[in-house]
Design a protein. Structure first.
Length: 154
């Protein structure tokens, strides 16, 4: 179709759509994280099919971009089994910390796409998770501007 028959705002929406950045880190995921990637990929495929039917170029471009992103994440996903022991912090562990300001927090260490600190999960590449890897109960780690003691690993 010639650009003469397309609304200028539609062209701008499609041409200005940046790619979703793909992390340079290993794509380690939990079983739940792999399921989420699969669900996101299916949702993107559904959105793409709907956009094709409606001829909405902006929606089509957005859905196709999401399909590329989630396809890439699925292709590189490496499912990491939950830790069998809890003697030290590993991927998939849930860790309770006591910060030096008195706050206690509990986080599960998960993949980048499934991390949600507000809901108690942090990415395995976050500074806090990286500081905790290999540490044991009683160890003190850097946590933001302060320090935190590891209280429990489960």
């Amino acid at each position: 179709m010639s650009r003469a028959f397309v609304k200028e705002q539609d062209v701008d929406a499609v041409e200005g759509l940046p790619e979703r950045p793909i992390s340079e880190h290993l794509n380690d995921v939990t079983l739940e994280g792999a399921a989420r990637i699969d669900a996101e990929l299916e949702a993107a495929r559904t959105a793409y099919a709907a956009a094709q039917k409606s001829s909405d170029r902006a929606a089509l471009a957005s859905a196709f971009r999401d399909m590329r992103y989630w396809s890439s994440r699925r292709a590189t996903a490496r499912i990491v089994a939950p830790p069998e022991d809890h003697d030290q912090v590993r991927f998939g562990a849930t860790v309770k910390i006591a910060r030096d300001d008195g706050r206690e927090q509990t986080f599960r260490i998960v993949g980048e796409d499934e991390a949600d600190p507000a809901r108690g999960s942090i990415s395995h590449v976050s500074p806090l998770a990286r500081a905790m890897f290999g540490k044991r109960v009683g160890d003190v780690v850097r946590a933001g501007d302060g320090e935190a003691e590891i209280k429990r690993i489960s």
